[in-house]
Design a binder for this molecule. Structure first.
Ligand code: NDP
Ligand code: MG
Length: 395
């Protein structure tokens, strides 16, 4: 019986994780569930899974949830605040930590799980983008391991040799596939008019709002390029991105002998989640079977740099001092939030990201404190750019 903490349990990945766990009650027990503010959903999850702990962002919300749970005779103890996230990630009883908080807010708990030697199931790609070296160091110190949940990185891991020492010798490059999102065929000059609802309407995947916008700008793929660099030790020139609209081939590895090994499946996050939970064994995920005859054809094309200028920023950031990736991530989080609140246009997201990366002062920012300061500073700068670009700022 394995014990699991789910950080971000009320989100898209969190909900899918609980759906997989519900299929295997004899193998897994939920130790803690953590959310930010969605108390109603967390309440329902606590009644169903009866974890030892639940975590909410504010003390007030936590105390009111505690009362509701007591009234239902649910034994769960409710905690609050960022420190509580670290505690439920690092608790000695826990074997597996699903890191599915969105954004850099997930970093501290990812680090806590890594330091404590847990198996870290990492959906929160922003943790690696902001502090890749530090997270890998924490994993090495803690003696645990990391299994990527991002479908592309799960696919790459499944397509690489088990023996890590062969990776550089055998592999020519890795290819991350990208669906191209909702605007793959939309004329670049019309992109400035798109609405948050249009940007969040992903053709193949159902996901949280932030990652859906990232998929529409292809900043999601940019973050995934950085994620792949840290996870697999690939140099930027060994990482290729290919548009594959059907989202069936989740990514592939090109070997020196000309072989290409890929992982295929339906676009359903329950598959990489189940892989991470049961690794190295396999277990049922609830995802539908892949019927290739029904899919019929698999298409591939190069990403269009006019439509998706954000992708190049990842390669730029990887050639700069380490803090550059943290700058890109912070700028993007602020810009996406401003777009979702209709304060800036869709195309302004890229403007803000590109401007802030170009002016980044990040030499020597390799400690956690320096990265945290850089993150705060970049968010302030990005807010100023948002104010200039928002309709009231434009005058
Ligand atoms: P959602 O927006 O659906 O969910 C985010 C979760 O994080 C919610 O449980 C939310 O709680 C919680 N949360 C948000 N902010 C905080 C905070 N400050 N402190 C604690 N908890 C917080 O996101 P997704 O599930 O789509 O994505 C989660 C992560 O997984 C992201 O990093 C994303 O890039 C990655 N990912 C997602 C995929 C997907 O298919 N969705 C695929 C690959 C990667 P509340 O509900 O209370 O706000
Ligand atoms: Mg992905």
């Amino acid at each position: 019986m394995k014990t699991v903490t789910i950080l971000g349990s009320t989100g898209s990945i969190g909900t899918n994780t609980l759906a997989v766990l519900a299929l295997h009650p004899e193998q897994f027990r939920v130790f803690a569930l953590a959310a930010h503010s969605n108390a109603d959903k967390l309440f329902a999850q606590c009644l169903e899974f009866r974890p030892n702990y639940a975590v909410l962002g504010s003390a007030q919300a936590a105390s009111s949830l505690q009362q509701r749970l007591r009234a239902e005779h649910c034994p769960t103890e409710v905690l609050s605040g960022p420190r509580a996230l670290d505690d439920v990630a690092a608790a000695p009883e826990v074997d597996l930590v699903m890191a599915a908080i969105v954004g850099a807010a997930g970093l501290s708990a990812s680090l806590a799980a890594a330091r404590a030697g847990k198996r870290l199931l990492l959906a929160n790609k922003e943790s690696l983008v902001v502090a890749g070296d530090l997270l890998l160091q924490a994993l090495a110190q803690g003696g645990g391991d990391l299994i990527p949940i991002d479908s592309e990185h799960s696919a790459i891991q499944q397509s690489l040799p088990d023996d890590r020492s062969r990776w550089q010798a055998d592999v020519r490059n890795i290819v991350l596939t990208a669906s191209g999102g909702p605007f793959r065929q939309r004329a670049a000059h019309t992109l400035q008019a798109v609405t948050p609802t249009e940007a969040c309407a992903h053709p193949n995947w159902s996901m949280g709002a932030k990652i859906s916008v990232d998929s529409a700008t292809m900043m999601n793929k940019a973050l995934e390029v950085i994620e792949a660099h840290y996870l697999f030790g690939m140099r930027p020139e060994q990482i290729e991105v290919l548009i594959h609209p059907q989202s069936i081939v989740h990514s592939m590895v090109n070997y020196h002998d000309g072989s290409v090994i890929a992982q295929l499946g339906q676009p359903d996050m329950r598959t990489p989640i189940a892989y991470g939970l049961s690794y190295p064994a396999r277990m049922a995920s609830g995802a539908p079977w892949l019927d290739l005859a029904r899919v019929g054809r698999l298409d591939f094309e190069q990403p269009d740099p006019q439509r998706f200028p954000g992708l190049a920023l990842a390669f730029e950031a990887l050639r700069m001092p380490v803090g550059a990736c943290a700058v890109l991530n912070a700028a993007n989080e602020v810009a996406v939030d401003a777009f979702l609140h209709q304060r800036i246009r869709f195309t302004d997201i890229h403007r803000i990201n590109a401007d802030l990366l170009a002016s980044a002062q990040c030499a020597g920012c390799d400690s956690l404190e320096a990265l945290a300061e850089l993150d705060v500073h970049t968010r302030l700068q990005a807010q100023q750019r948002v104010a200039q670009l928002s309709p009231s700022g434009r005058g």
